[in-house]
Ligand binder design. Structure first.
Ligand code: NAD
Length: 444
């Protein structure tokens, strides 16, 4: 089933933030790519063009009946950046600010992430422009079903496999599975989507995987002595921006490893407590009242203030472009651990490097999510179920191997004097993907 209508794609000026930075995520992804290319002098020009942009971008307009009987039309996107190393893989986000360019950027980052963590996938991403906070469960279900039905065979267990992202969850994945399964009866369709509920082919450990991967990556990076003045998560003071799937679980897991979580935020506001937050109590408060700022035993501050508060590890786990030219000079941590995708702009990367603040980049730090998605996919294909210890043990190995490979490359490139971990990680990932492209050969 092909897309029936395509939304208007009018050329627009790139969005600038108030520091005159171009914060178009796709432009940022390309800038990062170009920085890495400086370290890959032998890569052929034609191949560079091929890897720099997505191979396919689908834009849909689709109608949904709302609870009050009105029909509302939604825009949705599914972008496949690369399938050189395997089928496309990437989450679906529901957010009012979703744009095709944002999804294109996120799809590319998935290609580099799957290459770094070394799972046999390419990169893809999807998004629907909607505000989940104003939608009922019935409306979200109908949006999901229509989006997936209209995507038709552009997704599939061996072509392009969705997963959760911002404001989508296990329930969304169950609807995606059910819709696809209804259209393809009589087949094992479980591997068409990951992040499913446990009793519908989900994997032990997938819900926590992104955050657990962030923890493993940070621990390995510190073991490798890559962060000046910080040797362990144990005793480190940590601030988490965004208290959703990635952020709230990261807070819990870092706390379990001896870190002191001194600050947290969500879209409604931020809290800070120098003596340490009771992470479980903050989570209950968020579950009950919908915002961390209702937690009584902490100071309520603004989201901007939280990012600039002094700590050892800052974990952005919300949205893109949070650390930018305007605040990078005031970020007061030793390590930025990017649980979110794209939270740091290129200008901020430069400022942080000058200030010797290390950034553990998104394509490495949050790769635990897609890693356990891969484990889920394998279990679905084999009709197997692995226990939690097996999943976490395999994840630990994959994360450590990926961090080691990136740190080794970074050191080969001259370490902090010459470049940052993001550029080293990207150079390694691009090289891996290019190598497979050339091994397969260009057809015909
Ligand atoms: P989520 O919807 O579960 O949580 C997002 C959280 O961020 C919410 O608590 C929301 O209130 C908060 N938030 C939104 N805007 C904010 C702002 N301006 N300031 C502070 N908080 C804000 O989403 P998630 O799945 O946890 O994803 C968060 C980030 O992690 C995204 O960048 C996503 O792409 C990335 N990520 C997620 C996964 C995954 O498996 N879920 C995997 C890799 C990367």
């Amino acid at each position: 089933m092909l897309p029936t209508t395509v939304p208007n794609r009018l050329p627009t000026e790139p969005p600038l933030n108030r520091y005159q930075e171009d914060v178009n995520s796709f432009h940022i992804a390309q800038k990062q790519f170009d920085r890495a290319l400086a370290h890959l002098p032998t890569l052929q020009h034609g191949l560079i063009d091929f890897l720099r942009s997505p191979i396919r971008s689908i834009a849909l307009n689709f109608p949904v009946e709302m609870d009050d009987g009105r029909v509302q039309t939604f825009a949705g996107y599914r972008v496949l950046h690369s399938r050189i190393r395997g089928p496309g893989k990437g989450g679906v986000r529901y957010h009012p600010d979703v744009t095709e360019d944002e999804v294109r950027a996120l799809a590319g980052w998935m290609t580099w992430k799957t290459a770094l963590i070394d799972v046999p996938f390419g990169g893809a991403k999807g998004g629907v422009v909607c505000d989940p906070k104003t939608l009922s469960q019935g409306e979200l279900r109908r949006i999901t079903r229509r989006f997936i039905a209209d995507l038709g065979d552009n997704i599939g267990p061996h072509t392009d496999i969705p997963a959760p992202d911002l404001y989508t969850n296990q329930q969304t994945m169950a609807w995606i599975y059910d819709t696809y399964d209804g259209l393809h009866p009589g087949e094992n369709n479980l591997p068409v989507v990951t992040g499913k509920p446990m009793d519908l082919g989900g994997s032990y450990g997938r819900g926590e995987a992104t955050a657990r991967g962030v923890l493993f990556a940070a621990q390995r990076l510190l073991q490798r002595k890559a962060v000046p003045g910080l040797n362990s998560v144990d005793g480190a003071r940590v601030i988490v921006q965004g208290f959703g799937n990635a952020g709230s679980i990261a807070a819990k897991l870092f706390h379990e490893q001896g870190a002191i979580i001194i600050g947290a935020s969500d879209s409604q506001g931020a809290i800070l407590c120098r003596d340490g937050l009771d992470v479980a109590a903050v989570a209950s408060c968020k579950a009950e009242h919908g915002a961390v700022a209702h937690y009584p035993q902490a100071n309520v501050i603004t989201n901007e203030e939280l990012l600039e508060a002094e700590c050892d590890i800052l974990i952005p786990a919300a949205m893109e472009n949070q650390i930018h030219a305007g605040n990078a000079s005031r970020i007061a941590c030793k390590l930025v651990c990017e649980a979110a995708n794209g939270p740091t702009t290129p200008a901020a990367d430069d400022i942080l490097r000058e200030r010797r603040i290390v950034v553990l980049p998104d394509i490495l730090a949050n790769a635990g999510g897609v890693c356990v998605s891969y484990f889920e996919w394998v279990q679905n294909i084999e009709n197997e179920q692995w226990d939690l210890e097996e999943v976490n043990g395999k994840l630990l190995k994959k994360m450590c191997r990926a961090v080691d490979a990136v740190v080794d490359r970074w050191q080969q490139l001259g370490g902090e004097r010459k470049t940052d971990l993001r550029t080293a990680a990207l150079a390694l990932a691009i090289e891996r993907v290019a190598h497979v492209a050339l091994a397969r050969g260009i057809w015909p």
